[in-house]
Design a protein around this ligand. Structure first.
Ligand code: PMP
Length: 426
């Protein structure tokens, strides 16, 4: 038995499912989670001393790689001053100014502790600002685990919210309307049905939680127009895309301006941070300025702020890093496409900037239904092979692969060689 297997056996006795977040259980690939003990740049090591090239990067935040010296030094420096005061600090002001300077649509920003909190708070803000209750979300987009957003749209675009989890009262999701990603008609229908009741449309501008699914031409612009027309707010959930596609995230990349934006882990360089922000007049409804209550003992934690500022400052001052990263990632994903084509394998590779996914289906993947045609057993087989050979991939089909600025050409070539060896067996 490996040390990871032994730890997992013990973990399930004390932690539900043995993990503190479900996808870590490796359930969908039917294997044992690797218990990770350390990371450096793009390498991670498990308790059995197996080394991996990491393509998860803590699910996104490690855009500079693990343990970047500037981030590490900032954390150590701030940790020496005490871990939390529950009081206003200079470094929070610095962080807010930095975010506002990098993302033109953000005039004010509030720090929270996770992406879930950021989205939950942005929705409340949108409701408070518009004095409306309903929201529209897209099937297959994930926005954290708060009650009102755990809605599976299922079959029909007109389906009213049905809770996706036990423990979510139906009342919590009755104002959550589901629409289909890349389908503006499905959004328009909701607006036509209740033109004055919809507070906000929330979208992952690039969906990364049904695997990577790109917005088609005109989709995000169309959402912007519908929201403006009906007086609803457009919320971009940039927990994955923010500071990743480029410094001003997906909104800069696609040239579409949301009213509110939510961020998560990447803003804290891996520390537990989230944030939401937008136009001043909207953000001023948040307590103690306005009547939308939202709070957090550890929000704006100084050590987390120090880590985040160190990472964001580097990203802000080196726009060329994004150019290099995106070119490198583009070559990598295009090579996978080429490899599959040469072998006559009809699988799909969706990618943008440093995010991408392979879907084991012959159908173009553009929404939840097409993503679901992917053969998850085939993904599990591929993923287990790669992990066994030292390539750490998301242990589930409906996730993304993250390339960081620290991935070296040799490491990417080695990964491609292993993929080639795997696909040659097909
Ligand atoms: N929104 C999106 C787009 C996400 O991908 C996630 C999680 N990866 C969340 C929200 C929730 O973030 P967290 O896990 O930090 O609560």
């Amino acid at each position: 038995m490996t040390k990871s297997e032994a730890l997992f056996k013990e973990a399930v006795t004390y932690i539900p499912g043995g993990v503190n977040s479900p996808v870590r259980a490796f359930g969908s690939i039917g294997s044992t989670p690797r218990f990770i003990k350390k990371a450096d740049m793009v390498l991670i090591w498990d308790e059995d001393d197996q080394e991996y090239i990491d393509f998860i990067g803590s699910w996104g935040p490690m855009i500079l790689g693990h343990n970047h010296p500037a981030v590490f030094d900032a954390v150590v420096d701030y940790a020496k001053r005490g871990l939390s005061y529950g009081a206003a600090t200079k470094i929070e002001v610095e962080m807010a100014k930095l975010v506002c300077s990098m993302v033109p649509s953000i005039e004010m920003v509030r720090m929270v502790n996770s992406g879930t909190e950021a989205v939950m708070s942005a929705i409340r803000t949108a409701r408070g600002y518009t004095r409306r209750d309903k929201i529209i979300k897209f099937t297959g987009c994930y926005h954290g685990h708060s009650d009102g957003l755990l809605v599976k749209a299922g079959s029909g675009v007109m389906t009213a919210g049905v809770p996706d989890s036990l423990g979510v009262p139906a009342g919590c999701t009755q104002d959550t309307l589901s629409a289909e990603y890349n389908n503006l008609d499905s959004v328009r229908m909701h607006f036509q049905r209740c033109p004055e009741e919809i507070a906000a449309v929330i979208v992952e501008p690039v969906a990364a939680n049904m695997g990577t699914v790109l917005p088609e031409d005109g989709f995000l612009q169309g959402l912007r127009e519908l929201c403006t027309k009906y007086g609803a707010l457009l919320i971009f959930d940039e927990v994955i895309t923010g500071f990743r596609l480029q410094a001003d995230g997906a909104q800069g990349y696609f040239g579409v301006t949301p009213d509110l934006t939510t961020y998560g882990k990447i803003i804290g360089a891996g520390m537990p941070v989230g944030a939401y922000g937008g136009r001043r007049e909207i953000m001023e409804v948040v307590s103690p300025c306005g009547g939308v209550y939202q709070a957090g003992t550890l929000s704006g934690n100084p050590v987390a702020m120090a880590a985040g500022i160190a990472q964001l400052s580097i990203l802000k001052s080196h726009p060329d890093y994004y150019v290099k990263l995106n070119q490198k990632a583009d070559r990598f994903f295009e090579s996978i496409k080429e490899m599959l084509k040469e072998r006559g394998l009809p699988y799909q590779v969706n990618h943008i900037a440093s995010l991408g996914s392979i879907f084991f289906t012959d159908q173009k993947v553009r929404d939840y239904d097409s993503a679901k045609t992917s053969d998850t057993k085939a993904y599990a087989d591929y993923c287990n092979y790669m992990i066994q050979h030292g390539i750490y991939l998301a242990p589930a089909q409906f996730e993304a692969m993250f390339i960081s600025m620290a991935h070296l050409p040799d490491q990417l070539c080695h990964t491609l060689d292993l993929m080639q060896a795997y696909f040659e067996r097909k």
